[in-house]
Design a protein around this ligand. Structure first.
Ligand code: ADP
Ligand code: ZN
Ligand code: ZN
Length: 806
């Protein structure tokens, strides 16, 4: 028999399966999805088996050397998904396979075969018991190498539970083990031993007595630690273990970072609105219908409760659920809501886990020990085999797009998987992406709405402050007079304040501080980017450039400045203006250490500070009853990012941040400071009016030809020689222009705003298209033709539907 194997060299020339002969002893366990070691060139490489067949068109095949897994790491569905990912995102197939697995499976690891029941093994599989001899654990690779003939009996023993298999992640230390103590002999025998024990062995007698008392219960497996804490002596236990009266076993324990058991919660009685949203989702679950729902619900409208109750229906049908949340909202608060409802049926996957911990969670999913996974982006690949629902919370978040290969959007993967399982996808957001809302308008998705907060708390009142006016009045501080006054008021009342400062886009654009004018590209309607080295303004979509105007083209003022302040500067100013306020600053600098993020938030929650000052990371998921004032210091820093989504991002951010105020009994207020107070992204967010924003933004997207009216494909090149990369970019642009239909546009080549990274010069071009069936094949050819290997070669990166265009 022959196996098709994808070798794990993520380079294009080998992006196809190779045929290998299967040694007879592996025939039983070699199924698609298992990883194998194979000779490749003059090396040994790891590979993924994707198919088994009985003949090959090639002669003189090499033979598979060893088998790495006893259970396929990729299910047939995930193998197929991997090929689809490779096709649609233009990445090597093996890269897609690897992206679906926990990192621990890529790292250096060792697999151990452990005897669980020696007696049963001796009785039923004696030849295998001989292989183990005196020891009860063997290295998997050694075992197979020395006794390849035993493979099928190993498998049999694994299935019967006589043996178990453990993965040791070397780089992370071994899997966590705890010692448990169990009787090694019958109760009668224990009593005999007790009689014979020397009277001076008081501690041993105490231990034995303990085990005699409880020995009726077969499941009694106390932890060593629990016994010693109960006052029994460890050395006495070990002494009895020496005599085989007790057995000390080291058992593997799943590491559970959220162990503090969440309090069990019951389903809440839904409001009418919630019921109307839940009903169609439950119908789709029951009827096994694939359907995409977009749940547009204001912050605090009870979306999470709807997720929880849909999952309950899924579990009742013995199916499984994937819940995706953005990394930053994967807070202990969020996790405990799922653990509180579904307890040990929940696995959690997020970037704070060690490799070993992630692997443990993944294995629980793979082995069917959990039915729900809550996680960030990559949890979409959870190896469930009977999915009943996929939920994507905050579906508009850009972190759902993976920026490295495979450059997939989680939403697309979710829909693809849900189609296979005929199950619903629920996308939830208070500010849906324009793409999703447009699809709902066209009835591709079904729109479900929650217009009210559950507790009928009004959405907070939002005040917009015109920073240009502050300038004119001679106030050069980052705080407007109104915001400062309100802050002092809250401090007096012992209430809390959240201040939000966006640092992205810092200093990349030039703005008139008197009238708020930002110079934009006449062809693309996006802010021009300042290039320091050239002292010029450039459009990084189409390449237009001009010099920095000395005077504002709108009002003639000479106050054209680079824009932006940092959190540190704001903190210093706070100390100067309100010295009595206790401030917690949260930004990349203060949250670098593991756990510091949670610690700072906890301190704020315990009211050990009055003001929480932070960047993006405080925009989401925070729920503090005492927060009654939220200030957005400079709403414009996002608005003028050189990105056609700048308005959308601004609207989303203001809405999110405002949602932090007045969630409980105390009413909330929001102050937004802006140099563009009349901009619709600011005014519509202040008025909590998504639909008006949507309509306005869509008309601009249509006018300028951006998504969702057009699709984008970004081709980015880099090379150490600027002239070389410019030439290649030019040729690629020409090829695209010649081969694509007239309805598509090819923009560029241009130098992106970050023009050089690690001494490699960058160029990019972009395709805007509506329907272009030839695009993927052409791009694949371009990739194959232009991509060079080695660190000095030309690198070609293609991003279908890019989110980051810089
Ligand atoms: P969202 O996810 O839309 O922001 P949440 O699900 O967090 O909203 O709900 C906001 C608050 O309302 C939470 O404290 C939640 O426990 C509560 N809640 C949700 N649904 C109900 C309900 N039907 N009855 C009472 N309280 C509810
Ligand atoms: Zn001006
Ligand atoms: Zn332009």
């Amino acid at each position: 028999m022959i196996a098709e194997v994808y070798i794990d060299i993520p380079a294009n020339p080998v992006d196809r399966p190779f045929d290998y002969k299967i040694p007879d002893e592996y025939l039983d366990i070699l199924v698609p999805g298992v990883r194998v070691k194979v000779p490749f060139g003059n090396m040994r490489r790891l590979g993924f088996v994707t198919a088994i067949k009985d003949h090959s068109e090639f002669k003189r095949l090499k033979t598979i050397e060893s088998v790495e897994d006893h259970l396929p790491v990729l299910t047939p569905e995930l193998l197929e998904l991997g090929k689809w990912l490779a096709d649609t995102t233009l990445c090597p197939t093996v890269t897609a396979f690897q992206a679906m697995l926990p990192a621990a499976l890529k790292a250096n690891y060792r697999k151990i075969v452990q005897v669980e029941h020696m007696e049963a093994l001796k009785k039923n599989v004696p030849e295998l018991a001989n292989v183990f001899g005196q020891t009860d654990r063997l290295n998997w690779t050694d075992l197979l190498k020395r006794h390849p003939e035993s493979l099928s009996s190993v498998n049999h023993a694994l299935r019967k539970g006589y043996l178990s298999i453990h993965q040791q992640v070397r780089s992370q230390g071994s899997t966590k083990k705890i010692a448990v103590v169990v009787p090694g002999v019958s109760k009668v025998r224990m009593l005999e031993v007790l009689q014979k024990l020397d009277n001076r062995a008081k501690q041993q007698k105490k231990v034995l007595q303990h085990f005699i008392n409880v020995s009726e219960s077969a499941s009694y497996q106390p932890k060593m630690r629990a016994l010693t804490q109960a006052g029994l002596s460890k050395s006495a236990i070990l002494a009895l273990a020496e005599k085989d009266v007790l057995v000390v076993r080291r058992v593997e324990q799943y590491r559970d970072p959220y162990k503090q058991s969440a309090k069990q919660t019951e389903p809440l009685k839904l409001t009418d609105e919630q019921q109307q949203v839940l009903a169609p989702v439950v119908r789709a679950i029951r009827n096994r219908e694939h359907h995409v729902y977009l749940c547009h619900g204001v912050t605090g409208s009870g979306k999470t409760e709807i997720y929880l109750q849909s999952i309950q229906h899924v579990l009742a049908l013995q199916q499984q659920a994937i819940v995706l949340v953005p990394e930053i909202s994967l807070t202990p608060q969020m996790v405990s809501r799922f653990k509180g409802r579904f307890g040990t049926q929940v696995a959690v996957l997020h970037s704070g886990l060690s490799q070993g911990e992630k692997y443990d969670e993944w294995r629980k999913i793979r082995e069917g020990k959990v039915q729900v996974v809550v996680g960030a982006r990559s949890a979409i690949f959870a190896p469930f085999q009977n999915l009943g629902i996929i939920i994507i919370d905050e579906e508009h978040e850009s972190s759902y797009k993976q920026e490295d290969m495979p450059r997939y959007h989680t939403r697309d993967v979710a829909i693809r998987r849900a189609q296979k399982y005929c199950c619903p996808v629920v996308l939830g957001s208070a500010t849906p992406s324009l793409e999703s809302f447009a699809r709902a308008q066209k009835q591709v998705y079904t729109l479900l709405r929650l217009k009210e907060r559950v507790n009928h708390r009004p959405l907070p009142a939002v005040h917009i402050v015109d920073l240009r006016e502050e300038m004119r009045q001679g106030n050069h501080s980052v705080f407007s007079r109104e915001l400062l006054e309100k802050m002092k008021d809250r401090l007096q009342k012992n209430e809390q304040i959240v201040l939000f400062l966006n640092r992205r886009g810092y200093s990349t654009f030039v703005m008139c501080r008197s009238c708020g004018t930002v110079v934009t590209c006449p062809h693309c309607d996006i802010s021009l980017t300042y290039h320091r080295t050239l002292n010029r303004l450039k459009c990084h979509y189409c390449g237009f450039e001009c010099s920095v105007p000395e005077r504002c083209p709108t009002c003639g003022s000479d106050a054209m400045r680079f824009f932006g302040t940092g959190t540190q500067k704001v903190e210093a100013e706070l100390n100067r203006l309100i010295p009595e306020a206790r401030v917690i600053r949260m930004d990349v600098d203060t949250t670098r250490k593991k756990g510091s993020h949670e610690r700072l938030l906890r301190r704020f929650g315990e009211q050990k500070a009055d003001i929480l000052l932070g960047t993006q990371m405080i925009a989401k998921g925070l729920d503090f009853p005492k927060v009654t004032l939220v200030g957005v210091l400079a709403a414009d820093s996002l608005l003028h990012l050189p990105d056609f989504r700048a308005s959308e991002k601004t609207f989303q951010l203001i809405t999110q941040v405002s949602g932090r105020a007045g969630r409980h009994d105390l009413p909330g207020e929001v102050v937004i400071q802006s140099y563009a107070p009349e901009h619709y992204a600011v005014t519509d967010a202040a008025a909590h009016n998504y639909e008006r924003f949507y309509t306005q933004e869509m008309s601009l997207r249509r006018k300028w030809g951006y998504p969702p009216f057009f699709y984008l494909a970004l081709i980015r090149l880099s090379h150490p020689e600027p002239a070389y990369v410019a030439g290649a970019a030019e040729r690629i642009t020409q090829i695209l222009k010649k081969q694509l239909s007239g309805s598509s546009q090819v923009l560029g080549p241009v130098v992106p705003s970050v023009s050089k990274i690690k001494d490699r010069y960058r160029y990019q071009c972009m395709v805007k298209y509506k329907r272009e069936p030839a695009l993927l094949p052409i791009l694949r050819q371009i990739m194959q033709h232009f991509q060079e290997s080695g660190t000095n070669g030309l690198q070609v990166m293609i991003d279908m539907n890019p989110l980051a265009l810089m």
